[in-house]
Design a protein around this ligand. Structure first.
Ligand SMILES: [Fe+2]
Length: 385
């Protein structure tokens, strides 16, 4: 019996995540631990966490968010288990009356995507209002909440909150809060972060994607929280993939609705070996090119230039040509884009099924340019047309 199998039901976490013990799992013999590490026992949680490289040791200076500093974990985690997801929006009152009772100050950022909310705390929403929030986010794509106390709560509270929206995702190499691998961290104050490596040698830093579309159950309603933001820059761009689909001609819709495409997690992990520690083998997964939201019934374009590499069944030139048309379409459709300018304590809630996003790495590195974010990432259903 390995160390991971010693967790009993009594000690199992009350939040629902893939880190719950899988008693049937046998680590693959050829799992490759990063060469920079000494051999470790498989899955001894808490003993293999190492801090992300930063410009200085923030544990030794005054820093408000020390407890959310980024850590890598070197383990040989089992693959994520596919599951049937019941979306919280399926329980929502379509009028969202209970939610709007609280979210009185709402201002749309653009006609097609994005709404900004002030004067309300996400953390105070009850169960019914959280269901209605999931529906509202699916409709508007992204809702931006200002001046939140959301991340002032404990890691355990954050995980319980997130679990309302689905099983919490653990990234195969992304950094996370120490001892809480379900709480992803995005921390950039040095020049060899994952994002800097992926964008080096390119004309711009953009990479349009939905999060982890290579997973069998990719994320649904997602919470991205700003802890520390640069004085200027480091915005996140969002686009409405439902509008992107709607704009296509009927023959093009008909063509891609009959097709599936490959989403490569392995490509992301190859880059990650240069900057991060990989904890789980990556997947390449085939998904339909158009997916339908299980409750709103809206269709969204479900290919992105970061992870989608080929259309199944087509010749290479055919696949490359169609993907280029679709990628150019989403990149240039500024009339279904919006931009979130972060402030400390801003939380953006977005539906990863219905929108795509990209960080903008336009701010200087160094302590004045520090960007520290935390993401709670519930998984959704397996994409289906
Ligand atoms: Fe992302």
């Amino acid at each position: 019996m390995t160390e991971t199998q010693t967790l009993t039901n009594d000690s199992a976490p009350k939040w629902w995540s893939c880190t719950a013990p899988n008693l049937d799992y046998v680590p693959p013999k050829d799992f490759k631990l990063p060469p920079t590490l000494v051999p470790v026992t498989l899955n001894p949680r808490g003993t293999t966490e190492v801090p992300q490289k930063t410009t200085k040791d923030y544990t030794k200076v005054e820093y408000k968010w020390k407890h959310f500093l980024p850590y890598n974990t070197a383990t040989a985690d089992p693959p994520l288990t596919p599951f049937d997801h019941v979306d919280p929006s399926s329980r929502a009152d379509p009028t969202k009356a209970s939610l709007f009772e609280v979210l009185k100050n709402r201002k749309d950022m653009t006609p097609n995507i994005g709404t900004e909310v002030t004067g309300a705390q996400l953390s105070q929403l009850n169960s019914m209002q959280r269901d209605e929030l999931a529906l509202y986010v699916a409709e508007r794509g992204v809702i931006v909440f200002r001046k939140q106390d959301f991340t002032h709560h404990s890691p355990e509270w954050l995980k319980e909150f997130g679990t309302h929206f689905g099983r919490l995702h653990v990234h195969q190499f992304g950094t996370h809060v120490q001892d809480h691998s379900e709480l992803s961290t995005l921390f950039r104050d040095n020049d060899d972060s994952y994002f800097d490596v992926t964008t080096s040698g390119r004309l711009n830093t953009l990479g349009w994607h939905s999060d982890m579309t290579y997973e069998i159950n990719p994320p649904g309603t997602t919470f991205l929280c700003a802890l520390t933001t640069p004085d200027c820059g480091g915005d996140t761009l969002y686009l409405n993939a439902m509008t992107a689909y709607d704009r296509l001609s009927e023959p093009m819709k008909k063509l891609i609705e009959g097709l599936s495409a490959v989403h490569e997690g392995t490509r992301q992990t190859v880059t990650a070996y240069k900057t991060n520690i990989v904890r789980r083998e990556a997947l390449d997964t085939v998904h339909p090119m158009v997916r339908t939201h299980p409750v709103t019934g809206r269709k969204a374009l479900w290919v992105n230039p970061v992870y989608t590499t080929q259309i199944v069944g087509l010749k290479k030139e055919e696949s490359d040509g169609i993907l280029k048309i679709l990628f150019d379409h989403i990149k240039t459709g500024l009339d279904f884009h919006t931009r979130v300018k972060w402030e400390d304590d801003t939380v953006a809630v977005y539906d990863n099924r219905m929108v795509m996003h990209s960080v903008v790495l336009d701010y200087p590195l160094g302590t004045t340019g520090r960007r520290h974010m935390l993401r709670v990432t519930p998984q959704g259903e397996k994409p289906a047309l």
